[in-house]
Design a protein around this ligand. Sequence first.
Ligand SMILES: [Fe+2]
Ligand SMILES: [Fe+2]
Length: 231
Amino acid sequence: MAVYAIGDLHLCFSRPEKDMTVFGHVWKNREKRLLKNVRKVGPEDVLLLLGDHSWGRNLAECRTDLEYIENLPGKKVLLRGNHDRFWDAKKTDRLNREYAGRLFFLQNNFYPYQDYAFVGTKGIAFENLCEYEQFEKLRDREEQRLLESFQAAQTAGFRKFIMLLHFPPTSIGEQESVFTKIAEDYGAEQVIYAHCHGIDRYNDSFQGEVRKVFYRLASGDYLKFKPVRIL
Ligand SMILES: [Fe+2]
Ligand SMILES: [Fe+2]
């Protein structure tokens, strides 16, 4: 059994006007290329999808995109990205009921894999897109959601963690954050994140081992839409 990760598919089956190829050739035919690149994923393997799944503005506009994800091989675990407007964090249980056995939505819960628990939340990094006070509010909320995910896994008896974020774990220039602190406190082995697009953004945050935690960027364009094996 193996675990693979990739984020930011930015699917747009229902909104073809959202042409991602304006951001570079790497986005062209990504749905078809991903289908080829997931052939190695077996039915019992896990495929972690790290957010920004769809350009749909609501669940109805995302159905075809979610169906595409459902048809990928392996057990699919989805995290919320900043563009996933179909997914109200407070209504995650509803999504999990509806897609039970087909997709797992990771939010204020955890996903068990052997003796590991996959935990996570969207996270946040400061990108100058809002006032700093607003950022702090969002960060505090995401911190609580992440703690809730870890605590749920810990209460269930898990001691080995893989932590998932959509945003990078630190804002540009930071050497630590509330998210890296939680990863260290719980002894997470790896932190996998996405969101960073384009070569200028790939080094926004950590890659490799920092204070005993291994950090890995897994945004779709960074991986050229070839999921990376993490376990
Ligand atoms: Fe994205
Ligand atoms: Fe994003």
